[in-house]
Design a protein around this ligand. Structure first.
Ligand SMILES: CC(C)(COP(=O)(O)OP(=O)(O)OC[C@H]1O[C@@H](n2cnc3c(N)ncnc32)[C@H](O)[C@@H]1OP(=O)(O)O)[C@@H](O)C(=O)NCCC(=O)NCCS
Length: 189
């Protein structure tokens, strides 16, 4: 896994003039209107514009009950939401993660996606999760396997190959203060 030390790469890519030591990425529950709106914008950019899975907007009934999570790039110039995922509990103890998305310019630079997966599963664990599942796009299966998930079955969703995957909760200790969250570092994921 890479570290936020590589945020200089991100800063260059995003044309954000920050010193390496001034930038960090915080993973937290999306608690403000601005954070929630920004997570929705990233989802539209990724799942509608980039991947073409949805037309115009990807909001669905799950958003009414899901907890959104955000990745915030924090610099002296302000915060920018650069990633998101959501979690929900369709039945007691069974949790799902979905709509994992990282802004293009923030991918593979600081384990942003891995950090989002970590807070998603650790938050569910703190809320009584016994089983955490996700329908993972096939190209991302190696990433999830490295993060202690295993595939239960293959399936096609929206005409694309996916794997139903389960997290090993032993690697995701409960996090109760997701509203504060954590800052990514070498040992985050
Ligand atoms: C999947 C996704 C969320 C991953 O986000 P990310 O922030 O790039 O994730 P991470 O940095 O934690 O790790 C992703 C990969 O980059 C690698 N990586 C991380 N930092 C890197 C670096 N500095 N240099 C090279 N590789 C790096 C990781 O090892 C991992 O490897 P992999 O591509 O072989 O799996 C992102 O690519 C995305 O939004 N994709 C489009 C939407 C999507 O596919 N959503 C998931 C649906 S299941």
């Amino acid at each position: 896994m890479s570290s936020v030390g590589e945020l200089t790469d991100f800063a260059a890519a995003a044309a954000v003039k920050v010193r390496r030591s001034d930038a960090s990425v915080r993973i937290k529950l999306a608690t403000t209107q601005h954070e929630v709106a920004a997570t929705r914008a990233i989802r539209r950019a990724v799942f509608c514009d980039e991947q073409g899975i949805f037309n115009g907007d990807d909001i669905d009934a799950t958003d009414r009950i899901a907890t959104p999570i955000a990745a915030l790039l924090q610099t002296p110039a302000g915060d920018e939401v650069v990633g998101t995922v959501r979690i929900h509990q369709p039945e007691p103890g069974l949790w799902y993660g979905s709509r994992l998305a990282v802004a293009r310019h923030a991918r593979r630079i600081g384990s942003v996606g891995s950090g989002l997966i970590k807070l998603a599963v650790c938050t569910a664990n703190a809320r009584g999760c016994h089983t955490f599942l996700a329908q993972v796009q096939a190209q991302n299966v190696p990433l999830f396997e490295r993060l202690h998930w295993h595939s239960l079955q293959q399936m096609d969703i929206h005409g694309r190959p996916h794997h139903l995957m389960q997290a090993d909760l032993a690697h995701y200790p409960a996090i109760h203060d997701g509203d504060v969250g954590f800052v990514l570092n070498r040992h985050t994921a």
